[in-house]
Design a binder for this molecule. Sequence first.
Ligand code: OKS
Ligand code: ZN
Length: 345
Amino acid sequence: MLTVYSDDHRLHFGQSELVDGKLQPCFEMPSRADTVLARVRQQNLGEVIAPEDFGLGPILRVHDRGYVEFLKGAWVRWAAEGHSGDLVSTTFPARRLRRDGPIPTALMGELGHYSFDTEAPITAGTWQAVYSSAQVALTAQDHMRQGAKTAFALCRPPGHHAGSDFMGGYCFFNNAAIVAQAFLDQGAKRVAILDVDYHHGNGTQELFYDRSDVLFASIHGDPLVEYPYFLGHADERGEGEGTGFNHNYPLPHGTDWAGWSAALDDACRKIAAYAPDALVISLGVDTYKEDPISQFKLDSPDYLRMGECIAALGLPTLFIMEGGYAVEAIGINAVNVLQGYEGAA
Ligand code: OKS
Ligand code: ZN
């Protein structure tokens, strides 16, 4: 299996996040991608290539132009105002504030407009890193356009919390959504996205909620008790044309492989019935029992089984890296999914 990877991910390195009222080092750190890359090489998964540049076009098929331009210019504006620390939003348009009112002109106000939480710090290199992360995904997708049955996009930062015009949850560009749209723009009739990250892929759900050409299935911590809290319930089935093409599997804290794989089996039945031309996997491995911010109990061998189940669908499958914060284990766990897939494909 081909892996696409760029060193540019290191340019995004948030200094801290708020945990228990204290600023702690960000869980979403550069060593995550380094660990996965080292495991890809150690296991001889296949060739590792740098991304090509497909420009902003395919990103703008998914993201709002105002949002993209804001992201591109935010750090330069922040630095010009004399700041050097990370740019982090603290004010958000909640209910009964005007979320569709005039976009504030002040940087912090505009940032709040384009964010849903404080978990996506903008640093000096964030734009280059998120642009390259999307190009990593698009390069893997292009490899499949040329006929490959599978590919691995080692994206960092991750993407599944980012929506059309908002960042949050360590995410800026929705890499999985960008490649799903690219498949459609190249002639695919239907694309399925299976999100196996511990957290609900709220951005991906939002982007395709009213569409039948992308089926979204997500297995995640129940939003009643888990981030991102405000989306991801089982009764969210899609709307309009998209009704019936969104499937959420919220699961309780403590879920192990037995409970998790039952949801996977059901999601796979839905995907098989949909008969997509391509499958995109939002590959988060924060379902691992030792993950520092998550509450599922998957163990490393379970990821081999996960890959085998995905392979049994027999679909062209593009893997996109999302979350996973037990840094020493995420290489083993992510590559186990890929090797399980290859062994069963
Ligand atoms: C901890 C809460 C933020 C959790 C963000 C989750 C990011 C992730 N301060 N999404 O898949 O892994
Ligand atoms: Zn996650």
